[in-house]
Design a protein around this ligand. Structure first.
Ligand code: GUN
Ligand code: FE
Length: 458
């Protein structure tokens, strides 16, 4: 099963079109067109099922998901710092503002060295795909050349990626070796990367997209933020930045701008339908309304938030207010490279918010009732929710969507899913999402083509 384009894939499929529920398609057929889009999804009881199956078999176009395994939509990771992969699992002992200067900026400065950049970015893109991430929204570094290289590697390896050169130009906040020389330089570098990605000869399908990427207000001057807002409007590109991540960051922006982070970003024209705000844990009710009106997305990064955010993002409130939310690892603020870990922590963090965490408080004053989400919502956020936040046609098995998917094999001997009794497909899905690891991922597809070297059982 290396190339599913023009083929009919038979077996079990599971996805989560709406928050709070999953849809299981046992013995279904998914027809993939020559360009890698889903042409038809045919459940077992559909009248077209028998004929489609026999026609595909006769034409040698039938592929089967191994019995016991199932396909789910590829994961969408809404927040990755690609250059921070070499410090994954390290440097987690300091608050955000210290962590940036002590560990993260010195690491990012090393991406002036393209050989170093190639090594790290190749490993990252390979690992994301092997972990089932098929769409990745990524910050690169301030360096134009290394950012172009990251885009080239994503194109070559077939990862669906949205990539931005980081803009950071405030001399008071950025070290001399990791800084745009001026607002003009920040804008010119951003434009250079946009042009490079759009003109890439192997990117005619635009599987890789450029992103306008002010790091966050504390690292940018006003002219840079204004210029990037205008650029985003002009090019129609996605925008990514951090918003109200921690006590320090939220307060810093309030003090400098005299208004909240979300309001200030909006004032620069940086909050629109194609914007993804990372973290956003301290949004006020008015900020949430603003983000919803603009149709912007939020990258919820529950593992990173445990280390740097000082509080738990009120996910359920945001969803109930109609905000578009997906999940992010926040490599390396979150010491994880798999969205499975983000899903698990999203559920756990929501339970901790609901019950509260301080045992000295009486139970009735300890938490925020009505905050929990379950694994079905986490699965939705990791797939359809992330796709929706990016406005990309992925994340679901539906005609017109790209066939970005992974095959999960809960029976892989080296894996970590253990099934001791006969379970429904939904129960197997739940256990897999809670306990699967990389050996359980038997195949990963973007636009219908296998993007990993691992091959499915059989
Ligand atoms: N805020 C500004 N830069 C960063 C970063 O690299 N990681 C996180 N988590 N927050 C940031
Ligand atoms: Fe981040």
């Amino acid at each position: 099963m290396h190339d599913l384009r023009g083929r009919v894939l038979a077996g079990t499929f599971a996805h989560a079109p709406v928050r709070g529920a999953v849809e299981i398609l046992d013995d279904a057929l998914v027809e993939i067109d020559a360009a890698g889009a889903i042409a038809a999804v045919i459940p077992r009881d559909d009248p077209r099922h028998a004929a489609t199956l026999s026609d595909a078999r006769a034409a040698g176009r039938l592929e089967r998901i191994p019995a016991g395994a199932f396909a789910i939509p590829g994961f969408v990771d809404l927040h990755i710092h690609a250059p921070q992969y070499p410090q994954l699992g390290a440097a987690l002992d300091a608050p955000l503002e210290v962590w940036l200067h002590r560990y993260t900026f010195p690491l990012e400065a090393r991406y002036a060295d393209l050989a170093f950049a190639r090594r790290a970015y190749t490993a990252l893109v390979d690992d994301l795909l092997a972990n089932g991430t098929t769409t990745a929204l990524m910050f690169a570094t301030v360096h134009t050349d290394a950012t172009r290289l990251l885009a080239d590697i994503a194109v070559e390896k077939g990862l669906r990626a949205l990539i931005g050169k980081v803009a950071m130009d405030d001399p008071a906040a950025c070290p001399p070796d990791l800084r745009d020389a001026s607002p003009e330089a920040a804008l010119a570098g951003t434009q250079t990367v946009i042009d490079h990605i759009f003109a890439h000869p192997d990117n005619a399908q635009r599987r890789v997209l450029p992103v306008v990427t002010p790091r966050f207000i504390p690292s940018c001057t006003d002219p840079t933020l204004e210029g990037l807002g205008a650029l985003a409007r002009a090019c129609g590109c996605h925008v990514q930045t951090h918003c109200s991540e921690s006590d320090w960051e939220h307060a810093f922006v309030l003090k400098r701008m005299g208004r909240t982070d979300a309001e200030a970003l909006d004032g620069f024209g940086l909050v629109g339908r194609r914007t993804v705000l990372a973290h956003a844990g301290f949004l006020t009710p008015a900020d949430m309304d603003l983000v919803r009106r603009r149709g912007a997305g939020i990258a919820h990064c529950p593992v990173s938030n445990a280390y740097f955010a000082n509080a738990i993002f009120p996910l359920r409130s945001a969803l109930e207010k109609g905000l578009r939310v997906g999940l992010g690892t926040d490599i390396s603020g979150g010491p994880i490279a798999s969205i499975l870990d983000a899903m698990r922590m999203a559920v756990a963090a929501s339970r901790m918010l609901e019950d509260g965490v301080d045992p000295d408080l009486p139970a009735e004053r300890r938490g925020r009732p009505g905050s929990r989400i379950d694994w079905r919502t986490a699965f939705h956020l990791a797939t359809a929710g992330g796709a929706d936040a990016l406005d990309l046609p992925v994340g679901l098995f539906m005609p017109g969507r790209r066939f970005d998917a992974l095959v999960v094999d809960p029976h892989a001997p080296a894996g970590t899913v253990r099934l001791f009794e006969d379970l429904s497909t939904e129960e197997v899905l739940a256990r897999s999402l809670y306990t699967a690891s990389r050996p359980n991922i038997a195949g990963v597809y973007v636009d219908g083509r296998s993007r990993t070297t691992i091959s499915a059982r059989n």
